[in-house]
Design a protein around this ligand. Structure first.
Ligand SMILES: C[S@@+](CC[C@H](N)C(=O)[O-])C[C@H]1O[C@@H](n2cnc3c(N)ncnc32)[C@H](O)[C@@H]1O
Length: 394
């Protein structure tokens, strides 16, 4: 409480104005326990005591936790950028001083970063030195197969700064990134961002594709069109899981070059191809597929564009085929969940008309486009890039 009183000395009075004591206590008289904020007057002391005794949730601590979010983000991104987790993976447990020396930092800031990372669950401390926690060891060490650090750095590079202009994005209803159009999404003088984007995207998509491939029975399908499929992470995962499936990744020309490289590295070039195109400009999508996937694509665009895209998918799809939309859906009542709601705001920051839509909106658009047997499919595990599927049949 002392800490709170110092941070927010006027909070007690403000609290009392908005939440009079009798409301807080539901009419019951409250004990007035001194809370040790000597620098405050006794009346305010009482307010804090009431607040703590009566309804612990009515303190600003939850708000402070929210405000701490950016500090946690920056501690994580700094530790990844400085190579803390790579160092500890190769050296095992190290004292703060040894870490400081290897990271070429002075001891004071190194200790502070190590303390923050330990508090955040990224490191373990055994009384002598620091070591990677099991999840940091799995996901934040560059040499590990499930390395997630490029996505961490991507968020830092591509999202952190633009989110600083969130108020402008809200007031002017416009993106605040350097170039919202997909083909020009990276600034000319930042050649380093492009590989970061695709590596980061892959680390999210590989997890999500794994969950998607096990959440719905894809065994009856033979030919997938992965619209806006990026480097092909979903196609690769689905084809690995379904040996009789073949796939075509349909994406912008500049992306298809990267897709071919990634598919070749996966050893699936005989079953997965890339076809360059532009979903917005092309009148028709490649035909002859019994499965079309749209993963994290439609939320980039406004409603009218989404509806047009769904119609193009219906036309391209074989009779009896299925269209699968995979995304972080906002709840139908628009109250969450947090991941989808914040991703939606990210679409405000990054795109001219996109947002994360609800399942109900997709159901209505799919119905209007002419799809039938529309259903919602939950994922068997939480995935970073989607919280379910909406599927329609032709
Ligand atoms: C967020 S990424 C999703 C990639 C992939 N579907 C996944 O979930 O891993 C969006 C993808 O849409 C592609 N895209 C953007 N505009 C497009 C367009 N007009 N036509 C086709 N693809 C497009 C991008 O190049 C990118 O690969």
């Amino acid at each position: 409480m002392r800490e709170l009183c110092v941070i927010m000395p006027d909070f007690g009075r403000a609290y009392a104005r908005h939440f009079p004591t009798k409301d807080v206590s539901h009419g019951e008289p409250l004990p007035r326990t001194p809370v040790g904020c000597e620098q405050l007057d006794s009346q305010r002391d009482g307010m804090f005591a009431d607040m703590v005794m009566a309804t612990p949730e009515f303190t600003p601590l939850a708000l402070l936790r929210l405000l701490d979010g950016f500090r946690g983000t920056k501690a994580l991104t700094a530790a990844v950028r400085l190579g803390v987790f790579d160092l500890l993976a190769s050296e095992g447990t190290l004292s703060a001083l040894a870490c400081a020396q290897r990271l070429k930092l002075e001891e004071r800031p190194a200790r502070m970063l190590l303390t923050a990372c330990t508090a955040l669950g990224l490191l373990d401390f055994d009384g002598y030195g620091f070591a990677n926690s099991s999840s940091a060891d799995e996901f934040l060490v560059r040499s590990r197969p499930l390395y997630f650090g490029d996505f961490v750095l991507l968020v830092d590079e591509e999202q952190y700064q633009p989110w600083g202009d969130l108020v402008a994005a809200l007031q002017e209803n416009r993106p605040v990134v350097w170039a919202p159009q997909a083909e020009k999404r990276f600034p000319a003088d930042r050649a380093d961002i492009e590989p970061l984007f695709w590596n980061g995207m892959s680390s999210v998509s590989a997890f999500t594709a794994h969950a998607v491939s096990r959440s719905f029975d894809f065994s009856g399908f033979r030919s997938l069109l992965d619209v806006g499929g990026g480097r092909g992470d979903f196609s690769i995962e689905l084809c690995m899981h379904q040996p009789r499936l073949r796939a075509t990744v349909y994406d912008l020309p500049s992306v298809c070059r990267l897709t071919e490289r990634k598919v070749a590295a996966s050893g699936l070039s005989d079953r997965i191809g890339a076809q360059a195109g532009d979903l917005l400009l092309d009148d028709e999508l490649p035909a002859g597929h019994d499965l079309i996937l749209l993963s994290n694509v439609l939320h980039m665009w406004d409603e009218a564009t989404v509806v047009k895209a769904l119609r193009k998918c219906l036309t391209a799809l074989n009779d009896g085929g299925a269209l699968v939309v995979a995304e972080a859906f906002v709840d139908d009542d628009g109250t969450g969940p947090v991941g989808a709601a914040l991703m939606s705001l990210n679409m405000l920051v990054h795109t001219a008309g996109g947002r994360n839509y609800t399942r109900r909106e997709y159901e209505a658009w799919l119905t209007a486009a002419g799809f039938s047997a529309i259903c919602r499919v939950p994922l068997i595990v939480d995935a970073p890039g989607a919280n379910g599927l909406v599927i329609g049949r032709k």
